[in-house]
Design a protein. Sequence first.
Length: 75
Amino acid sequence: MGAMPAPKITVYTKDHCPYCVRAKHLLAKKGVAFEEISVEGKDELRGWLVGATGQLTVPQIFAGDRSLGGYSDLA
């Protein structure tokens, strides 16, 4: 039986967010593929993110459906 595929990494970001840039740079440096989704001006998506994570800040990083936290959690 083969190994389970790694869950898809999703990074929720806002424009002009230095921690978002750092998180994306760290993932890229480690060779981790990810999808970036901007929450800029998307109140409904932002509301879902706050509900899902309990956090008001970005970036918020997910592995599949599981929240990994923000940049400092990732680093």
